[in-house]
Design a protein around this ligand. Structure first.
Ligand code: UD1
Length: 323
């Protein structure tokens, strides 16, 4: 698709994935409206584009239907990245998770339908698969989530499909597998790579919840952004597509790799109790993304980690020697 002059709305634009997507859309010449309630998102994630004439940031909440009706004017495509993102937090606050993820997404679909938005591309999650034994995960495998977060993402995928079937809207769900990279927040409820990078910089040991044998298919955010662009470009709708690197590593391997790349092998890896709601293995079969989106990941995990660490050190003026 030629994004030049297209009107795109990104929900969760001040968040990790939303902000990366917004920067890329602006580079491609799109007009972008970014919305965010700044609960998880940070305005500093958008600081380089706040003055850009093709970009408008509006603070607001996806749970506010009237707000959505106001901002969904002449929008061609919505990238829906706003979410309650933490699995452990969803166990502490299942209602809030449902409210933001399910009610918020339903609001978006309803408002988009009223305002004739052309297409919605939704950020789903590998957590919908839950603990089923078969690996790698293929899209038509059963969805048996084991956390309120997983349930919320599964429900939203189903809504995306139903709005396609019932109302003929164009919707696509991309099932993200553990995305990492620039602008991911380092907070207790953030993704493991951002947390561990913060600890490496502070010379603290890395903590693994469980025996470290759990595995994840960590996917670099630049690949995720590219797949989102492809999902708009290709004439597909009603689809759910895995978006992963297709090469899982265990948490222990990840810890060792991060310490090696940052030349901090003297730091320890310590093991703690497993985390409730944690799935053991997550590994994407990405054949469908290759076929429908012509997507091929460009970054191995190691390349992604290096790129991310270099970005981080430059941005925050940190002194790490990256191998
Ligand atoms: C992550 C995302 C979720 C997304 C899903 C699939 C976050 C906060 N969560 O969930 O939004 O839908 O991927 O794309 O971005 N761990 C440790 N030590 C730590 C932190 C975590 O051992 O200090 C372990 C966890 O127990 C887990 C693994 O690392 O086994 C990954 O955890 P996390 O990064 O929180 O991601 P997911 O729960 O997989």
């Amino acid at each position: 698709m030629n994004f030049k002059g297209k009107n795109i709305l990104v929900t969760g634009a001040a968040g990790f994935i939303g902000s990366n997507l917004t920067y890329e859309l602006l580079k491609l010449g799109a007009n972008v409206i970014g919305i965010d309630n700044l609960f998880n998102g940070l305005i500093e994630n958008l600081e380089e584009i706040l003055e850009n004439k093709s970009f408008k940031f509006i603070k607001g909440d996806i749970r506010d239907f009237n707000f959505l009706l106001e901002v969904f004017k002449d929008i061609d495509i919505i990238y829906h990245e706003a979410a309650f993102t933490s699995v452990p937090q969803s166990i502490l606050m299942p209602e809030s998770c449902n409210d933001v993820n399910v009610n918020g997404t339903l609001n978006i679909l309803n408002a988009a339908r009223k305002k004739d938005v052309e297409k919605i591309i939704y950020a789903s999650s590998s957590s919908v698969y839950g603990e089923t034994p078969s690996l790698p995960k293929e899209e038509d495998m059963p969805r048996i989530p084991i956390s309120p977060y997983g349930v919320s993402k599964m429900t939203c995928e189903a809504y995306m499909q139903v709005f396609h079937q019932v109302y003929g809207m164009k919707t696509v769900s991309l099932r993200y597998f553990n995305v990492f990279g620039p602008r991911q927040k380092d907070s207790p409820y953030s993704g493991v790579i951002a947390i561990w990078l913060g600890r490496i910089i502070d010379n603290k040991e890395l903590i693994i919840f469980g025996d470290g044998e759990q595995s994840r298919d960590f996917t670099y955010v630049k690949d995720v952004v590219r797949a989102n662009l492809l999902a708009a470009e290709h004439e597909i709708s009603g689809e759910i597509i895995n978006l992963g690197a297709g090469s899982p590593i265990t948490l222990t391997e990840l810890g060792k790799l991060m310490l090696k790349l940052t030349n901090k092998e003297e730091l320890k890896i310590v093991y703690s109790d497993p985390r409730l709601g944690d799935i053991m293995h997550s590994f994407a079969d990405i054949s469908k993304a290759k076929e429908l989106l012509k997507f091929q990941p460009k970054y191995t995990q190691e390349e992604g980690l290096r790129d991310y660490f270099k970005w981080y050190c430059k941005k925050y003026n940190k002194n790490l020697i990256i191998s």
